[in-house]
Design a protein around this ligand. Sequence first.
Ligand SMILES: [Zn+2]
Ligand SMILES: [Zn+2]
Length: 355
Amino acid sequence: MKALVFNGPRKIRYESFDDPTIRDERNLIIKVKRCSICGSDLHMYHGDRIAKTDYSQPIERFCTGHETIGEVVEVGSAVRRHKVGDKVLVAGGAGCGICRRCLAGQFNLCESYRSGGHSSIAYGIRPVLNGGHAEYLEVINADLGATGIPEGITDQQALLLTDALATGYYGVKMSGVSPGDTVAVIGQGPVGRLAAEAAVAIGASTVYAIDPQENRRNMASAFGATPLHPDEAVQTVYEETRGLGVDSVIEAVGVGPTLSQAVKLARIGGRLSILGILQADTNMPLHIIQAKSLVVHMGIAGVVDSWPELIPLLQTGRIRGEGVFTHSFDLAEGEEAYRMFDAREDGVMKVLLTP
Ligand SMILES: [Zn+2]
Ligand SMILES: [Zn+2]
């Protein structure tokens, strides 16, 4: 088959790769219908790190991509929920599939790691689990990690359920947003933008959507958030909250200045959820977090556990995710897609790829 293959920093190329095979009876193969590039894929592209993997070092080639939908073309003998011909969306990560956390849809908390089994891992970030920027993808533990694309969900929304919307929503949940709360979301890339839309949908009173780019701020007004430029964010939020700050902050960038701003924006006793993938040396102001008695959560979304809540919100139009995909390419043009996405050309927000 053809796929986008990681050959080192800035060398993600469209080239031939071995067809996937079913390695376990619980797995299945899909013919990929659409896939997308995630901001976190750029960490590989740049030769940064994701967890313990350093992409500047030599690594066996693998297919990238953890946001994939497709049609089932082959099923393992133990797969019960899917059959050939079904259209499915695939969670961006997977776990052992048998521990209590995996069975609850929380692959991010898979407990097999310590016993030396198959730990929680995303598709398309290491050779052990190839990704979906490809013509075909092996889906592991398919009964848990994939679901049929429900009625009333568009292909683009289905792709957002594989990661970006699930992650944004995870930030909303982990920062404890309740009806009536004030919320600030720092960064209006796809994850931050979807977090802001989800916070509005579940009843936050005011949701500040903070981003330096005007087109991203404009998008926020369309779903009921209050757009703010980062330079005016702290002053405006303090003015509008009687100097208190907001109940919940969701940080969706992951660099020093935005993390510091997140701490400033939170009220005393407030909650902060960090979704941005952190690189080393972010200089979190821990002394201020302590002085303000903030509750801080960082982590990776379970994805699957969000589907029972997000799918009805999408089906009823409470969350739409409109305008997140700004550009579309054939998979064969993937090298150029990565380049322009990385260069942030033409107001790009998220890129859709079609094999
Ligand atoms: Zn992603
Ligand atoms: Zn597990």
